[in-house]
Ligand binder design. Structure first.
Ligand code: HEM
Length: 478
């Protein structure tokens, strides 16, 4: 969820404990193409790098090493060394700018301050607290799907974005002003795209888009102004509650956090929760719509009595969906000390980009990795680090139980009530920067649940990421 820091550049690519990271060769035209692609399509770019170089690729821009790593073993290394591999924030912006305040968020802090913040937020994400949110989450889902009518065509991405925003607004920020949250969301989209592109353009041996830095700072201050309004609204609506923002505000009142700390933390929580949940909800419902057998089995399970403490298909569907189409495409670290990746040392100063998408699609970890097959989780118990949608170790997603509760509740209310069919011949391209989403939405036909499941023909880059079953033409539009 973080982006690389651009300071502390070593002027050489060095060695560690006798093991040497080979000096990055002058980059080939193909490398430049792959890295340029990464700026606007992080999935395509990281897959290109993996195909060309495997699970460890070194690049350097004026002596600043950047390694792209993937696979379970390297993921384990990244998550096992929080002291040597820090989260950092990309372009830190001028002092007192909002861009600089954003670096105070959870994805820019490390060491004792991170531990303090994590401990502060943790009680809001404990299982009993999260389970206590069930009815509120269900209320959000009912509010959104209550407007759906059989026969309508809706954009699945837009609908799930509205749902995620409603849940984020109520469960994290106290539900004061949904219209304001919508404006934050729009400003965030602009900022996030610019931040991903500009940070990596500065880091990699590729051209930076013109005026990108100035545009980023403008976008940061637009977003900062809206986030301040959101914080004021939280003060009115959430103070004293068990919501995470109430804990942050209480710590600020006690002098334990500064104003930029709170701005940065609210910025990072909004990003952490809203974009990831939107992505996971959208792709899970899309994959179900395109996989009739799984959809039918899930409907059976969700229509029957709940069996406590049993591994369920709904768990496997969510797990498999986030394996195939992970919400964050990568995580980033900045080495503060030398670190060894499978025997190859990287020096302090190296930026490490761990590809989650590539890790989840590694054929040695998952047979037919592009197949959406929830049943694989019955048969296999792959190495835990081969599937890391929530990250791992000391920086593992704090909101994972809440996110899982969002997803389970949404599926348990949507699947028994509606049959969603992707509009035949839709063009589904990805848009992948830090998170993975459909570029132009996913149009779906809404029907009352009648079990007439079918697969629709679709085009677009979705086919690079997942093998979809053959379309059952004709039935699709019914
Ligand atoms: C499907 C939904 C979600 C996915 C896939 C997801 C994924 C992730 C990942 C991969 C990380 C690790 C980032 C890194 O190592 O650099 C992370 C961290 C984090 N996530 Fe989530 N997340 C989700 C939902 C949420 C929600 C709903 C919240 C609630 C606020 C949340 C809060 C956090 C926080 C606070 C961290 C930082 C933890 C730390 O650094 O100590 N996430 N998430």
């Amino acid at each position: 969820m973080s982006l690389p820091e651009l300071s502390n550049n070593p002027d050489r690519i060095g060695s560690h404990s006798g093991m040497t990271m080979s000096r990055a060769a002058p980059h080939s035209d193909a490398d430049i193409l792959h890295l340029t692609r990464f700026l606007t399509d992080s999935v395509g770019g990281s897959v290109d790098v993996w195909k060309a170089h495997g699970d460890f690729a070194v690049f350097a821009n004026g002596g600043r090493p950047v390694v792209f790593v993937s696979g379970a073993a390297h993921a384990r290394t990244v998550f096992a060394h929080p002291d040597a591999l820090h989260l950092s924030f990309g372009l830190t912006g001028p002092r007192k700018s909002d861009q600089r305040a954003f670096t105070r968020g959870v994805f820019g802090i490390n060491g004792p301050h991170h531990q303090f913040v994590r401990k502060l937020m943790l009680p809001s994400f404990r299982k009993p607290v999260v389970e206590g949110h069930h009815d509120r989450i269900a209320e959000c889902v009912r509010e959104v799907i209550g407007t759906w009518r059989a026969g309508q065509t809706r954009d699945l991405y837009r609908e799930m974005k509205s749902l995620s925003l409603l849940m984020t607004d109520r469960l994290l920020f106290g539900g004061g002003d949904l219209d304001l949250s919508r404006r934050v969301d729009e400003a965030f989209d602009t900022w996030l795209g610019l931040h991903h592109r500009t940070s990596f353009a500065a880091l990699l041996p590729v051209e930076s888009p013109p005026d990108a830095y100035d545009r980023l700072l403008d976008a940061a201050s637009d977003l900062g102004a809206l986030l301040r309004q959101l914080i004021a609204s939280c003060r009115r609506n959430a103070a004293g509650s068990d919501l995470v923002v109430a804990r942050l505000l209480a710590a600020a009142d006690a002098g334990e956090l500064t104003e930029p700390d709170v701005l940065g933390l609210v910025h990072s929580l909004f990003n952490a929760a809203h974009h990831t949940v939107t992505s996971a909800l959208t792709w899970t419902l899309f994959l179900l719509a395109q996989h009739p057998e799984v959809n039918a089995d899930l409907l059976d399970e969700l229509s029957g009595p709940a069996v406590p403490n049993r591994a369920t298909l709904v768990d496997r569907v969510i797990k498999e969906s986030m394996r195939v189409l992970p919400p964050p495409v990568y995580v980033c670290r900045h080495a503060t000390q030398p670190v060894s990746f499978g025997g190859t040392g990287v020096p302090a100063g190296t930026v490490v980009v761990l590809g989650l998408y590539v890790t989840h699609h590694t054929p040695s970890s998952f047979a037919s990795p592009e197949r959406f097959d929830p049943a694989r989780w019955l048969a296999t118990a792959p190495c835990p680090h081969s599937n890391v949608p929530f990250g791992g170790g000391a920086r593992m997603c704090l909101g994972a139980p809440l996110a899982t509760q969002f997803l389970e509740t949404a599926l348990s209310l949507i699947v028994p009530r509606f049959r969603l069919t992707v509009v035949p011949d839709s063009h589904i391209d990805r848009r992948a920067t830090l998170t993975l989403r459909p570029a132009a939405g996913i149009p779906v036909l809404i029907r009352d649940q009648d079990r007439r499941f079918s697969t629709s023909p679709v085009t677009g880059t979705i086919h690079e990421m997942v093998n979809l079953p053959t379309a059952t033409a004709g039935a699709a539009a019914a």
